[in-house]
Design a protein around this ligand. Structure first.
Ligand SMILES: C[S@@+](CC[C@H](N)C(=O)[O-])C[C@H]1O[C@@H](n2cnc3c(N)ncnc32)[C@H](O)[C@@H]1O
Length: 259
């Protein structure tokens, strides 16, 4: 739900945290099988493509899950901190991703106090899980230096067919978060503009590849399927970016920290 000055998702934080602890092993599989890995890496790359330049930035991931973004972006940052309130997911992150310049913290984003410590931050599929999105985005803003960036990737509400697919999954998959909601591009840019960011841009991300990123399917089908889908999505990104705004599964919003 949206009012003029808050984004209220209606999420029960305790229940959501308990869900991610319970499904952590299952959730982590998406980053262990090749087909899903490929699609998840593409999603991440398309989310940070405008802002993660060079290899000297200190970056912060909020709601990092099992931490595989640090592997997908290897060599592209000076320092990475991944934060998630699921202790089980953070344990898995520490097991799977061991690099000197990578750290993980089991913490609520709202408790972060690291003023100006990062050049940029990102969040994949997390905003709609936050019980108080505005307060959380303000906390993130404090952690980013002036002029630094914040990139969000969220399920989009633009395509009715995709909304229907999500409703069906919600009813049939007991490990799919009940808190799952889709946000409009306007809601995403407003929450950034209200809480310390400016020059916000939004764009669509993912058409064919997103189901492979979200669901582990039989590999004989999904390895070639994911390979082809990622190729098509990469092509669409260059050939028809405007069409993506209407048909994509996800929306990316990128804002810059006001001085
Ligand atoms: C849908 S999952 C996305 C995980 C990961 N970004 C990915 O793309 O696979 C949402 C994640 O956000 C975390 N989360 C939600 N609210 C949080 C909060 N307030 N503080 C820290 N982590 C949070 C959950 O524990 C969960 O791992």
């Amino acid at each position: 739900m949206m009012t003029n000055d808050t984004l209220n998702t209606g999420v029960d934080e305790g229940r959501d945290q308990e869900l991610f602890d319970r499904i952590s092993e299952h959730y982590c599989r998406k980053d262990l099988v090749p087909a899903s890995r490929r699609a998840r890496q593409l999603r991440l790359q398309q989310t940070v493509k405008r802002v993660l330049t060079g290899n000297q930035q200190a970056i912060l991931e909020l709601g990092c899950g099992a931490g595989f973004s640090a592997s997908y972006l290897e060599g592209r940052f000076r320092k990475y901190l991944g934060v998630d309130y699921s202790e089980k997911l953070i344990e898995l992150a520490r097991t799977h991703v061991r690099e000197q310049n990578v750290e993980f913290a089991a913490e609520n984003i709202k408790d972060l106090r690291m003023p100006g410590a990062f050049d940029g931050a990102f969040m994949i599929g997390v905003l709609h899980h936050l019980s108080d999105a505005d307060e959380t985005v303000r906390r993130v803003a404090e952690c980013i230096r002036p002029g630094g960036w914040f990139a969000l990737n969220e399920p989009s509400s633009n395509n009715p067919l995709i909304n229907l697919a999500r409703q069906i999954r919600k009813r049939s998959d007991r490990d799919y978060s009940e808190e799952q909601v889709s946000l409009s591009r306007r809601q995403m840019s407003d929450v950034l503009n209200r809480n310390g960011f400016e020059n916000v841009v939004t764009y669509g991300q993912g058409i064919l590849s997103t189901p492979f990123a979200e669901v582990v399917m039989p590999q004989w089908f999904s390895v070639p399927g994911s390979f082809c889908s990622c190729g098509v999505d990469r092509g669409m990104e260059h050939l028809a970016p405007r069409l993506l705004n209407f048909v994509s599964w996800n929306t990316v919003a990128v804002g810059y920290r006001s001085a």
